[in-house]
Design a binder for this molecule. Structure first.
Ligand code: SAH
Ligand code: SF4
Ligand code: F3S
Length: 450
């Protein structure tokens, strides 16, 4: 019998949490844990949580409730809460859900194995410090597991922007950039494990400014160096703030072949009055001009965004300006949310927009965004695109990958493998995916059914 223990991790929230969950699994593998797909029979359950909207945070407590039976039948089971709810609520989580043994904030993941050892048998372990040491270096990747062709790599964390609605500056702390060298080393290591596409992550990734030899590199400089890594074929980055889109980064979208033609650039609102109240520090017009410059550098770039409706003080006229901005930009993809008051943020204290107005605006905005997304998908039909295949599809012989514009593409062809980058002709579009075929000459003759 082996003494490997089973770890079940469930991840909520943004891509940075996905990256962090991988790192935590690696840290805990050093303590004898192997990841498991289900919570049943687990020795440790870890929820990596998100605090961005009230619903996201409340979900954690109902999820914890579901583990009561497991804890009752196995009192040695350790239950941990990580991520932004852990950072924001700390000890309160253990008060509300006494079965929680470990609470660990995003800056303390490198200490997770110690916390795990300390907790259990009624003892609790909590760490929500913002320590001085470099957690990234202390939880360096363990050698040498193969992995999927697309990976996240966190290069920057935290935020100093303090948008009036947002918890991130409180849960992730001040903006910190990792130095260039360990990022390059991590990228090379990922490529050795089979990775072909890396998405650079940061809450404000384009504010990146990492030590580089004797100097400092911005995101454009970092991407240029990453583009020199042999075997790395695609580079993406998210999420960006409009005010940090520097000229060199914009130009790189036209110059760097490995930099993919997709940009997530949230604007939140199209009303200058609301943008000001949100503390976004730019106008709607400045955003539109920025989009023009980015499209001048890379005409086919697909623009994605985030929107909040019903921010305190938003009138029908303000909302109409958001709709006009969306019309003017033409998004390929976007996320939109009803404003959710977050404890401790300035906007939570202001007069709130009634729920029915929020719901009505969200529906109108989502209809418009959806129609733009459908149109962007339909425009691809008949075109030839490059696809990186990431996983098997649901149908027999089917593979699913991403186009350069980050659109999901399904192809059924026995001639494909995961990790391939292939030319595909798009034959059909749906709102969230495209269907394609390998060009005639690349297909095996006499396919079944032909
Ligand atoms: N750093 C990114 C955003 C991170 S949060 C940026 O600056 O754009 C992801 C998205 O969640 C935000 O873009 C915003 O649209 C939404 N969001 C953040 N706080 C919110 C709140 N209190 N209510 C509703 N949506 C919110
Ligand atoms: Fe939040 Fe993004 Fe604003 Fe920072 S820039 S406060 S992460 S919305
Ligand atoms: Fe959520 Fe924290 Fe990410 S609040 S969106 S998990 S940074």
């Amino acid at each position: 019998m082996s003494d490997t223990k089973k770890l079940y991790i469930k991840t909520y929230g943004c891509q940075m949490n996905v990256y962090d969950s991988e790192r935590m699994a690696e840290v805990l593998s050093g303590a004898g844990y192997e990841q498991s797909e289900t919570p049943e029979n687990a020795d440790m359950i870890l929820l990596n949580t998100c605090h961005i909207r009230e619903k996201a945070a409340e979900k954690i407590y109902s999820e914890l409730g579901r583990f009561k039976g497991l804890k009752a039948s196995n009192p040695a089971l350790k239950i941990g809460v990580a991520g932004c709810v852990a950072q924001a609520e700390g000890e309160e989580i253990m008060r509300r859900q006494p079965m929680v043994d470990i609470v660990v904030g995003p800056q303390s993941y490198h200490r997770l194995a110690e916390l795990e050892a300390r907790a259990g048998g009624g003892r609790k372990a909590l760490d929500t410090d913002f320590p001085e040491e470099d957690k990234f270096e202390r939880m360096a990747r363990r050698p040498k597991m193969r992995r999927g062709p697309s990976a996240f790599l966190t290069v920057q964390e935290g935020c100093d922007k303090f948008c009036a609605f947002c918890v991130v500056p409180y849960t992730r702390g001040v903006e910190v950039s990792r130095p260039v060298e360990p990022i390059l080393a991590e990228a090379r290591d990922l490529v050795e494990r089979g990775v072909k596409e890396i998405t650079l992550l940061g809450q404000n990734v384009n504010a990146y400014h990492g030590h580089d030899g004797g100097g400092v590199s911005g995101l454009a400089g970092l991407i240029t160096q990453l583009a020199g890594v042999d075997g790395l074929e695609r580079i993406r980055y998210t999420t960006s703030h409009p005010n940090d889109m520097t000229d060199d980064l914009i130009a790189l979208h036209g110059d760097c072949e490995k930099l993919m033609p997709y940009l997530h650039l949230p604007v939140q609102s199209g009303s200058d009055r609301i943008l000001k109240a949100m503390n976004r520090k730019h106008t709607a017009d400045a955003y539109l001009k920025l989009i023009d410059r980015i499209r001048a550098a890379r005409p086919d770039i697909l623009i994605s965004g985030d929107f909040i409706v019903g921010f305190p003080g938003e009138s029908d006229a303000d909302f109409a300006q958001t709709m006009s901005l969306v019309e003017a930009v033409g998004y390929g993809q976007a996320y939109s949310f009803k404003y959710s008051p977050r404890p401790g943020t300035p906007a939570a204290e202001r007069d709130q927009v009634p729920e029915d107005a929020k719901a009505d605006r969200l529906q109108k905005l989502q209809e418009l965004l959806k129609s733009q997304q459908v149109a962007a998908q339909e425009r691809m039909v008949g075109r030839t695109v490059r696809v990186l295949f990431e996983r098997a599809g649901r149908l027999e012989g089917q593979f699913v990958g991403k186009s350069e514009h980050l659109q999901a593409v399904h192809v059924s062809d026995p001639n494909l493998s995961i990790g391939d980058v292939r030319t595909v002709r798009i034959v059909e579009s749906a709102p969230n995916s495209l269907a394609g075929q390998l060009p005639e000459q690349e297909r095996v003759p006499n396919l079944p059914g032909e």
